[in-house]
Design a protein around this ligand. Sequence first.
Ligand code: FES
Ligand SMILES: [Fe+2]
Length: 317
Amino acid sequence: MEPILPGAPWLIAHKSMLGVNQPKKITLNGKDYVIWQNKKGEVFALDNICPHFQAPLSEGWICQERNTITCPFHALEFDGAGKLYKAGKLDTQPITQPLELIVKEDCLWTYGGYEPRLPIPELIQKVTEEYEFIGVSGEKSIQADFLSSMLVNYDYNHQNGTHKDLFEITSCDVKSYQTNGYYAKVEQYITRAENTFGEILKNPALGIIPKVMNNTLEYSFPSITTFLAEVPVGNIVQTHIVYPETENVTKTFILLYGKFKNPVFKFLFQKSFLQAAATVIDQDTTAVESLYERQKSKIRLPNEEIMFDVEKLYRNW
Ligand code: FES
Ligand SMILES: [Fe+2]
């Protein structure tokens, strides 16, 4: 496939998604890689295709002592630099390609082998200076192209439809919209109807999400959206991540950060905030996957300029 936005920085995983000494396959721009993390928290990534007979290394296993991955087919071993390990020692030259990773705030970034065209965004660093990491939620491969999957995060008219169920959103207004190149910031004002007792029982976070919410969204094109919501128990930041797996499949997940007024609130509500975040992703995914092929729209709604601005960034890359 033609790579999507070559040279963009992609956040392909958070360390907490990897486990220890467990190979994980990730796909970026049509290429498969295997990633693993050792006990010390060091992370390695290689081309997933074994250079012997092309078996998927991600189906293999890690040798903890030697820090190598073993191919599941003929059990050849490679280290994180792609060097073959045989007869008790490492080859001098790599025979398979490592994927270059940049680790920041426990997030794994990569340019997928392309010349960087944008720096690694600072949004997550800004969040981690103030908030603690709560967890990852809603990891999913959306069966839709990257542009449609990304645009839903810039669409301020989908809340009352897509997120009506459970979140009971009745209106969403944009109070301010500033943009500066690949960065954008939006302040929105959301109103919600009452949840039923049954809904709150199923997800207690709904009981404390206010009926009127002032949220701040910050964007770093093309991969990150942070959504800051003030709730009575503290502040929650949902960081939405997207990256292109293939032409028609887009990976997404949410990194959830929080600052609770009392540790008890964290204990009581973190699970239900994670669950609510997963529901948001499910709802967006269903909406995007059910779309027919894009055509020129015959209707304009307020605050759609931001979507057109972003689409321009995408097309003029
Ligand atoms: S295919 Fe990997 S060792 Fe043979
Ligand atoms: Fe949404």
